[in-house]
Design a protein around this ligand. Structure first.
Ligand code: PLP
Length: 479
């Protein structure tokens, strides 16, 4: 009779404890040394057993902390209702979010600040060391490629990698259709400036990522908010009704894992939106920066996958998945390719070659997919932990989104609480968060905050969130 290898036997008994709930999600595992001693097996057997449990998705290794039982897969805390879709004003409005953003950006940087504000995963979740090693090697082996102007759309190796990846997004972009940019922000700038100018009106989600609003503000373009559902994104019927009444130069949105709502449009809605783009000759700027951080079974298809006539300009970057510091993004501008190339050229001529080459190599030869899988798992667990703490510590009547991916939760507090005040108060106690007013060109969302959880979810971060909850409760007693 064939016997089970020792490490499998050990893994099976631990997995039984996890599956029966005897060992709970988040619990620290006995150290490898201790388990080896207790079970009278070698360290190699213990390591193999823990690795097997890791590949089964039952435990996770945290650097310098050991192994932990993974949080069970389940829906978010249902005690918290989702915020309702808002009916924003149907009038375009000039954008004025920059003063508050400036206040946030120019506040003294305190390295001990507990960050619930920044929508960027922390370096501890990125393969920074591997990318640095690649860059060090490239400076020796590709030195001649690095010290010259790189005219054109960017390093071909990276454009080819983006093309290969695009298969997963439901596309098949050729490298000629891709322009490399300095992050997604430059891609958005290029895209919006390719199709709209001062005085025009551009439709955005409600609430919308404040970066979209800043680009509009900087270009003197007015924003028109379209009602948006926290689960399925922009209301296409409402958009079409607005299009029938007024001139809208373009739409800017994230069809997948939007910021701050975390909404993902169903394929049917994406198809309809692309049909509307064709009917009204309406350019659409699609920001797919969070598309790879989905929580579902499959990578959601890009809106551009349904675009038959080239109206969709797809923008993305590696900021949320690999490294924010290297500033590498891209745009596939569809029918606006020539204009986009010109604007990219007149903005920054080209993007630095070294980071592009390094990212291309990591995508081609590094453990990119494995890294993305681990990142998605961590972020999904984080969102759940945020939900639990919000449900336990925030005032009665608080609502929170159930995002389809990413690492931000949009939290609605009882009406009357001023979250810009709450933001300033939290900041004075060393906690950052993003107040709701940042996400609109109108005066809505004053009682909303966006909580980001792109770091390892530690006890101090959890306490910081609970502290914000306590401040919100106190504010609720005064309304
Ligand atoms: C939706 C969205 N788009 C674009 C950006 C900016 O991306 P990048 O840093 O690549 O310019 C962010 C960053 O927070 C974002 O959330």
């Amino acid at each position: 009779m064939q016997t089970q290898p020792l490490y499998e036997e050990l893994a099976t008994s631990i997995s039984h404890l996890i599956q029966t709930g005897t060992m709970k999600g988040g619990e620290r595992m006995v150290s490898l040394r201790d388990i080896a001693r207790r079970r009278n097996v070698s360290m190699t057997t213990a390591i193999q057993a823990y690795r097997l449990l890791e590949t089964q998705g039952l435990v996770e290794a945290r650097p310098q902390s050991g192994y932990f039982v993974r949080m069970p897969e389940r829906r978010l805390d249902i005690r918290l209702k989702e915020p309702p879709a808002m009916r924003p004003s149907a009038k375009p409005a000039p954008v004025t979010v920059s003063a508050l953003i400036r206040e946030m950006m120019t506040a003294p940087v305190d390295p001990t600040m507990l960050s619930l504000g920044s929508a960027c995963p922390m370096p501890e979740l990125f393969p920074g060391a591997a990318i640095n090693r690649i860059m060090a090697r490239l400076t020796r082996t590709r030195a001649r490629d690095l010290d010259r102007y790189r005219l054109g759309a960017g390093v071909e190796e990276l454009r080819r990698e983006v093309g290969r990846r695009s298969i997963e997004w439901g596309l098949s972009l050729s490298h000629d259709e891709v322009i490399i940019t300095n992050g997604c922000m430059e891609a958005l700038n290029v895209a919006i400036r390719s199709v709209a100018q001062a005085g025009d009106t551009v439709a955005v989600e409600s609430p919308a990522y404040f970066g979209f609003l800043q680009v509009l503000e900087a270009s003197g373009i007015k924003a028109l908010h379209v009602p948006t559902d926290p689960q399925i994104g922009m209301d296409i019927d409402a958009l079409e009704a607005l299009l029938k009444k007024q001139k809208i130069k373009a739409v800017v949105l994230s069809a997948n894992v939007s910021n701050p709502l975390g909404a993902t449009m169903p394929d049917e809605a994406k198809k309809r939106l692309c049909a509307i783009a064709s009917k009204y000759k309406l350019p659409i700027v699609e920001d797919d920066i969070y598309g790879d951080l989905y929580f579902g079974e499959h990578r959601p298809r890009a809106l551009k996958a349904f675009d038959r006539e080239g109206w969709v300009m797809l923008c993305g970057s590696f900021t949320k998945t690999l490294t924010p510091g290297l500033r590498v993004g891209f745009i596939a501008p569809g029918r606006f390719q020539e204009k986009a190339e010109l604007i990219k050229y007149t903005t920054s001529i080209s993007t630095t070659a070294l980071p592009q080459l390094a990212i291309a190599e990591f995508m081609r030869h590094g453990p990119y997919d494995k890294h993305l899988r681990a990142l998605r798992r961590t972020l999904k667990d984080n969102v759940k932990l945020v939900h639990e703490t919000v449900a336990q510590t925030f005032p009665e009547g608080t609502r929170a989104t159930n995002p389809s991916g990413g690492f931000v939760v949009w939290v609605g507090l009882p009406k009357g609480i001023d979250t810009t005040e709450l933001y300033r108060r939290a900041r004075s106690e060393g906690i950052s968060l993003a107040p709701g007013s940042l996400f609109t060109a109108t005066d809505s969302y004053k009682n909303y905050i966006r909580i980001a959880c792109g770091a390892k979810w530690t006890a101090p971060l959890d306490r910081a969130l609970a502290r914000v909850g306590a401040m919100a409760k106190e504010a609720a007693t005064k309304i």
